[in-house]
Structures are given as C-alpha cells and as structure tokens.
Write a protein that binds this ligand. Sequence first.
Ligand code: NDP
Length: 300
Amino acid sequence: MTPNKAKLIDGKDFSNQLIRSLIPDIKTILKIIGRPPTLAVILVGEDGASQVYVRNKVKQTEAAGMVSVEHRLSDQTDEETLLSLVETLNNDDDIDGILVQLPLPKHINEHSVIQAINPDKDVDGFHVINAGKLATGQKGLVPCTPLGCLLLLRDTLGDLSGLHAVIIGRSNIVGKPLGQLLLAENASVTIVHSKTKNIEKLTSQADILIAAVGRSEMVKSSWIKPGACVIDVGINRITAPEKGDGKYRLVGDVDFAEASTTAHFITPVPGGVGPMTIACLLRNTVVAAAMRKGVEISIK
Ligand code: NDP
C-alpha cells in the first residue's frame, strides 16, 4: 500500500500573497503622511547568516514599496555606541520600525539593546511591553515567526478553536509567544522542552504540532498523530557531501520524509515558516507606521 502523502503548506507562496496584500495599506500611509513606512535595520558584525537575513529583509521591504535604512556596524562596536544609535532612531520621527539583527557579539547585552527600542517601533515584538501586551490580550507588535506560524495555521485549518496544539520549544522568540497566540485562538496548548519527560507521548496527541527546537530532523513519524498539521520552524545546516566538499543543506527539526507519511499538512524547510517570518516583519512595519501616525489600515 502506498503511504498517504501530506499536503505541503507553501509558505513561499503564502508569504508572497501576504506581502501583496500590504500594498494598499502602504499606499494609504504614503498618501496620508507623505512617505512610506520606514524600517531601520542594524547589523553588528560579519556573521554570514545574519548578513543573508538582513539582505533579504532589506530587499523585500523595498520591493513592497517601503523604505529600509541599513546601519552596518563593526563587530568591535561597544554597547554604548549601539544604544546611542537605537536612541537616535527612537527619536527620528521618519523611522517607524527598528530591527536589531540577532545574535549580537558576545560583549553586547542583547536584552539591554532590545529593551532600549521604543516599544512602538519594536517590529520584532521582543520588547517586554509587547510581550506583556501579547500575554494579556492587548494590541501590540507580535514576534514575526510565531505570527507567521499562526497565519499559516489559520489559512490551512481555518478555525483553531478546541484543537490541541503541542509546541516543542519554549524560547521567548518562538515557543512562548506562539503559545499565547494559539491560546487567543482558543486552541488548547501544551509546551514541551528539553526537560519534558516522554515527549513523544505528548506530541502524538497533537492536532497541531509545532517544532521550534534547533535539532535536525528530531521529530519522527511516531511522534505525530495521524492526520495532524505539522509546522516546522527549525532551520539547521547539515553537511551535504552529495553537493560537493564543504557544501551544506538546510533541514528542519522534523524528519520531513517520515513525517509526510503521517501528517495531513506539513511545512517544508526551506520554503515554509522562513519566508513567513520576513513577510510578518513587513506587516509589522506597516502596523507600526499606522499606529504611530494614527492611520486607519485594513490589518486588524
Ligand atoms: P532556542 O535555542 O532559543 O530554544 C530551543 C528550545 O528547544 C528550548 O526551549 C529548548 O528547551 C528546546 N529543546 C532543545 N533540545 C530539546 C530536546 N532534545 N527536546 C525537547 N526540547 C528541546 O531556539 P529558538 O526558539 O530561537 O529557535 C528554534 C529553531 O527555530 C532553531 O532551529 C532556529 O534556527 C529556528 N528559527 C527559525 C526562524 C524562522 O524564521 N524560520 C526564526 C527563529 C528561529 P530548554 O528551554 O529546556 O532549553
């Protein structure tokens, strides 16, 4: 018997649709305040992956008709200089969103830098004010990756009410905020982590299984309830000798080949959650501009 094949959730296609849907709001903001929503991106150091992420973020922001201002600082930059740049951008009325690309060099305290960003411009949604708003059901800026996961889930499953979601991973940037978002959708949420006993028993009860761990292909078919919807947040580089010496390929936290035979829906890596993260950054920039300037837009 041929095993069932899960339907692919195409994050690339959905993120393109999401970005296109922002264009009328971008035009409204341009018309009312005389400039498009504007994002400032700060990159400290030469980390290769961060450079690629920043390049993509800047390129896509501009392609959508917004403005992106890049600040590239050397990896020797001290915390005081970085905080002073954040303060300048906080006070610049022409900047709607500020993104500090993580990770920062070890000598800089990430928490201090994130908390220095004006919460109204915190398009990554990492500031404690925005985390608190999310936890208490108030309107604020929501972290991009969890928001991307939620939009994919809504698009794929419709009403999430009453579904059991299991999230593997409890980080402040993915697992915890995603738990809050899913609770607000009336899902029942279980969050598991490295200290959880018998993870497989819990994950195999999930209607929605989200993996945000950072361990290549950890989630096997036996972890998945037949017919579940699987969202793979993980991005892991593994060596790919078949591509040549020193080459690598990207895999998720889910063993895609195995999981595809059990799940009903699944996101690929790459092309699943990754593109949604960038689309949600653009969405947050539009929301931040509209909130700051009191412009009515279609995003609620
Ligand atoms: P963190 O390292 O901050 O958190 C990982 C979480 O996984 C922790 O809660 C940890 O538990 C848990 N964990 C680690 N090992 C195990 C295990 N063996 N069993 C169960 N749980 C475990 O990672 P992030 O949340 O920042 O990122 C997770 C993954 O998502 C990474 O691969 C990252 O690259 C990717 N990512 C992708 C994004 C995208 O745009 N697609 C954006 C952000 C992240 P504990 O708390 O107990 O240590």
